[in-house]
Design a protein around this ligand. Structure first.
Ligand SMILES: [Zn+2]
Ligand SMILES: [Zn+2]
Length: 340
């Protein structure tokens, strides 16, 4: 595909879409029904539908019987850990293999013209973004993911959570399924804004931001504290009337759903003239500029607090003015401290 029909490439080889990034029309006021209808299929396909199916598959084939889960034991916990690790490896590797190892579409639709493998850096373990990111994902990401999953399943099996059946509460559970991405977005925005406060940024979130040019393995490259915060929405489903399948959906949306946002390409070509949108631009700009786009745009939080960046020159100018005001505020505070 000719990516220059959809965007422009600068001298450094970085590609940017012509269309500015937009937030979903779901929570816009006044409502725009036509835009909402046009957008609605994207809410389901391909990603959210896929992660719902994967949650069903886990419930059917991976999660053990309720009797077994009443007692914590290494057997079923380690089996779950192994299946999660293999699934993460396969899902992440499909993107990595096609886009970063075989480079099947070269740098077409690639936001950053460079590939991480060409940029060794001291900020990464073994100077390699790929090795660093993979190790962090498998050493703490998948174990914490599994730990919270085990906690949820064990709680349900022991009747701690209000477990509703599909037969008795189909409408509420269907509504909750629709809300899972909204819950994810609201939780992600809140914890993300929190870990951008100076202390937590320095000790926790800077690990994730080492990958300025993110690739699939960057998705789970986090400090363990961030892993814990990031995967914790699964536990909401033990607190509210819900069902373990929906809790698994919530978890898979976070764990598997992180990949499209860090894929580094705007579109993933799937044929001569067909491509799937990654919807990664908003989060790519977050990795590039740090203090914009704390959310992924499903709920327009960043528009509401003035930190939205859509990739346009106007947004760039607004961001620079905000930085300038921040520097002035800091300087004024420092001057006041010196004067005291
Ligand atoms: Zn990220
Ligand atoms: Zn961040």
């Amino acid at each position: 595909m000719d990516d220059l029909k959809f965007g422009t490439r600068n001298k450094r080889g970085d590609w940017a879409p012509t269309e500015p990034a937009s937030t979903a029309p779901l929570f816009e006021l006044p409502p725009r029904p036509l835009a909402l209808l046009k957008w609605l299929p994207h809410y389901f396909f391909p990603y959210n539908a896929l992660f719902f199916l994967s949650a069903l598959a886990w419930w059917a084939w991976v999660v053990p019987d309720v009797e077994v889960m009443r007692t914590l034991s290494w057997g079923w916990v380690l089996r779950l850990l192994a299946v999660n690790a293999v699934a993460v490896f396969l899902w992440y590797f499909v993107f990595e293999l096609r886009l970063y190892i075989t480079r099947a579409q070269g740098n077409r639709f690639k936001y950053n013209g460079k590939f991480p493998a060409e940029q060794p850096s001291d900020v990464f373990w073994f100077k390699s973004q790929n090795i660093d990111n993979m190790l962090r994902g498998f050493l703490s990401g998948v174990p914490i993911w599994t730990g919270l999953q085990v906690l949820m399943l064990w709680a349900y099996a022991n009747s701690f959570g209000p477990w509703l059946s599909w037969a008795d509460h189909p409408l509420w559970l269907a509504a909750l399924c629709l809300l899972v991405p909204v819950i994810h977005e609201a939780h992600f925005f809140m914890i993300h804004r929190l870990i951008h406060t100076p202390f937590l940024y320095k000790w926790v979130h800077s690990v994730h931001h080492n990958s300025v040019n993110p690739s699939p393995w960057s998705s789970l490259s986090m400090h363990p504290v961030e892993h814990l915060l990031y995967f914790s929405p699964i536990l909401y489903h033990v607190l509210i009337p819900s069902n373990p399948v929906i809790a698994l959906f919530q978890l898979h949306l976070a764990g598997f759903g992180a990949v499209p946002g860090h894929v580094g390409f705007d579109k993933i070509e799937v044929g001569e003239d067909r491509a799937v949108d990654s919807h990664a631009y908003i989060h790519y700009l977050h990795h590039k500029y740090f203090e914009v786009n704390y959310g992924d745009g499903l709920i327009p939080f960043d528009r509401w607090i003035g930190t939205f960046h859509d990739g346009s020159k106007e947004a760039e100018q607004r961001m620079n003015e905000r930085y300038q005001r921040k520097v002035e505020r800091l300087n004024a505070r420092r001057a006041a401290q010196v004067a005291r």
